[in-house]
Design a protein around this ligand. Sequence first.
Ligand code: SF4
Length: 467
Amino acid sequence: MRVKSPLEVYRFLPQINCAECGETTCMAFAARLIDRSKKLEDCPPLLKDEFKSKYLELARLLAPEIREIVIGTGEHAKKVGGDDVLYRHQLTFFNPPLLAYDVEDTLDDKALVERVKKIHDFKKFYVGRFLKLNGVAVRAISGDRTKFAAAVKKVAETTPLPIILCSLDPAILRAGVEAVKDRKPLIYAANETNWKEVAALALEFNLPVVLFSENLDTLKSLAVSFAEMGIKEIVLDPGTYPAGKKLRESFQRFLNLRRAGIKEGQKDVALPLMAVPMTAWFVENDPVNASYWETVLASVFIVRYADIMILHSLEPYALLPELHLRDTIYTDPRTPVKVNPGVFEVGAPTKDSPVIVTTNFALTYYTVESDLSSNKVNCYLAAVDTDGIGVEAAVAGGQLTAAKIKDTFSKAGFDFKEKTSHSTLIIPGLAARLQGDAEDATGLKVKVGPPDSGRIPGWLEKNWPPK
Ligand code: SF4
């Protein structure tokens, strides 16, 4: 993105503050364009002929440094690439890597469907949403185009997730493409030998394609050739060696490519990158060791700079670190993850149940909620709006105050006399200093709970009901 401030973007907008974009002013819309929560097409006046040149210029200025491409169709389509910075803290990383898990075309129908369902169904609840896997990579092991096409078709019938077609044989790739051409699969891969046939295939069906070479000059020259042929959706795979010196060289290639794309403005290689951590299985025979090493490789390339990955292990001990690391790296560091403030029921609270206060920082809220529900504590849980900041920092920074606690219950319409028999509030141990102020502000009896929500159930056994 060549523009960094809303003021620079504002110059190109109609500046009539008509609010058709959902923002009250053009300047507010400019800020939304910078953080990518709105797109140019959300401003109808800008699409009129009189603003055409400004629209085109702004589209050029706002385009991410790394090209963004889309794989798959419908609600499961996944954007990859689209980053603007080398380091997350400089802005944020935008599109989390697409994690695709392999299936071999030699599997019988039952085993294939079972594995694809496992990929499709896996989900892990984390701070208010589900972390999921994103794609299926069908590998042509059989060397038989009919078998490959049948496996690809079966995968497509079983899941709407994006599909990657893996073979270096253009005839086999064509059979796979013809089986799922409407699903916008990613073709993997074109190399020095097969590139002409694979390029023809990508052009004919207008599909995204991966270019593979461990030699960066060759990779760049392939990218230039494909671009000159009019293929825009290109992914680069510079090779993923699983161990030793060659792993270090693989990692260096990822760094060089991303630096060339973002720092040096080399548009030919400013493209999404693919890593293949499943190469760990080529050097490790033991499945647990292989899963472990695959996860290590995935972690390395999630951090630097893979936009798509092909993996193999579906063991939870491999998937959970991969998903959690990806989620952490791709969380916007400018915006704390938060839940809506309010007063929520945990279990089935009655008039005698405790009322517990926490903040609306998602990690805090869901940790407290999970500690309570897993211990079968029926209660009311109040999430105070602290702008998504945790308890201790919010008390120090003034985001968690007695007035805000009172406000939370007022806004939620929570009447202590009607809802409880005790008019008592429990605040976190880390907010103990608010006890007196909270009693004054709310007129309630305020008790100080433990500093760690894991200890609330034990604390309640000793301190509830209040004497
Ligand atoms: S729709 Fe366009 S012109 Fe209207 S306020 Fe939004 S940015 Fe400004």
